[in-house]
Design a protein around this ligand. Structure first.
Ligand SMILES: [Zn+2]
Ligand SMILES: [Zn+2]
Length: 333
């Protein structure tokens, strides 16, 4: 609430702050034109959002790409999402829509919601597209938004086998458009059968697949019990996830949510080695639905803090915070 209030002040009452922030990347002539525009225009929602995004850029100590957020997440408004990302220090955020049904089981906004915010505040947001892969119109829906500027597909979080014809279709589309797919693996619920996922990677070597969620992260451990979603035991390297990341150039990992954070914290000695081993494959994401953006209530902030603490070198940290995402998602920061 404090964040929202301070944003409201910037947007609605302190025009100079908005102009100062928004003009930062622009030339002097742009900035004086911006000032005269602001003098005579009512401050629009677009101006408010852009101001918030630009002041975020001013503050950022180093670029951070967050590859995993949602609109309307647990009822959070766009303004609250922008404030949350600003507090975390995010440079650019990837919005992952739901498909035409289910809201990813958390009420998340769909394709139009993510596209609208990304078009409104392109300095801060880019968007993926998504659809239930087992609908007859899945391909058409994905292609429509990929042609409209979506830079990836996901998050795929639907009740199908991970090597089903439906996921092969999604990987086909991804390969045709040269975009990644982000997949939520959850035992017995979403993208089941992770032990067979290598067949999808082999069949679509040019499609980059980004793994996420409980079953993805639990399987860093060779001794993983598939029924345990947040294991706390020490990790024995060589689990399914560890091997997919090592063996397939097109497999990547999304460190977001409680599952990614747990994978780092359950065994920090292992995590340090894992970050080195897969330094070219791991990407930071938040996927938290809080409105705070810092402290223990925000898993995204906790993950940033943990990565900064555990990454053995600045260059490795930078790869995980933005370089890998910049390369794989083709985002310029
Ligand atoms: Zn997920
Ligand atoms: Zn958060």
């Amino acid at each position: 609430m404090e964040q929202l209030q301070s944003l409201t002040i910037i947007g609605s009452e302190n025009c100079q702050d908005v102009v100062g922030a928004a003009s930062w990347p622009l030339s002097k002539s742009h900035s004086s034109r911006a000032i005269s525009d602001h003098m005579f225009m009512r401050i629009s929602r677009r101006t408010f959002l852009a101001g918030a995004a630009a002041s975020n850029l001013l503050r950022a100590a180093e670029p951070v790409i967050d590859i995993h957020q949602h609109t309307n997440y647990a009822g959070r408004t766009d303004e609250e999402l922008i404030a949350h990302q600003r507090t975390m220090g995010i440079t650019r955020t990837v919005l992952l829509p739901a498909g035409s049904k289910y809201g990813l089981a958390v009420g998340a906004g769909g394709n139009d919601s993510c596209r609208a915010l990304a078009q409104e505040v392109p300095e801060q947001f880019v968007f993926f597209t998504n659809e239930l892969p087992d609908l007859p119109e899945a391909r058409q829906a994905l292609e429509k938004y990929l042609n409209a500027g979506a830079i990836g597909i996901g998050e795929q979080k639907f009740n199908v086998q991970c090597d089903s014809p439906f996921i092969h279709l999604v990987a086909d589309v991804a390969q045709e458009f040269g975009v990644p797919v982000l997949m939520h693996f959850q035992h017995d619920v979403y993208n089941m059968g992770i032990e067979r996922f290598h067949t999808v990677l082999e069949k679509h070597p040019k499609a980059s697949i980004i793994g996420h969620a409980q079953t993805w992260w639990g399987n860093i451990d060779r001794n993983h019990d598939q029924t345990v979603l947040y294991p706390k035991t020490k990790v024995t390297p060589g689990g399914i996830t560890d091997r997919l990341l090592s063996d397939y150039p097109n497999m990547f990992g999304d460190l977001s949510a409680g599952s990614g954070l747990n994978a780092l914290r359950r065994d920090e000695d292992h995590a340090r080695e894992f970050l080195v081993r897969h330094q070219d494959k791991l990407m930071y994401g938040s996927d938290c639905d809080d409105r705070v953006g810092q402290g223990p209530a925000c898993s995204g902030a906790q993950c940033l803090e943990t990565l900064r603490r555990l990454a053995p070198a600045k260059e490795i940290l930078n790869k995980i915070l933005f370089r890998n995402a910049s390369r794989v998602l083709k985002i310029v920061v």
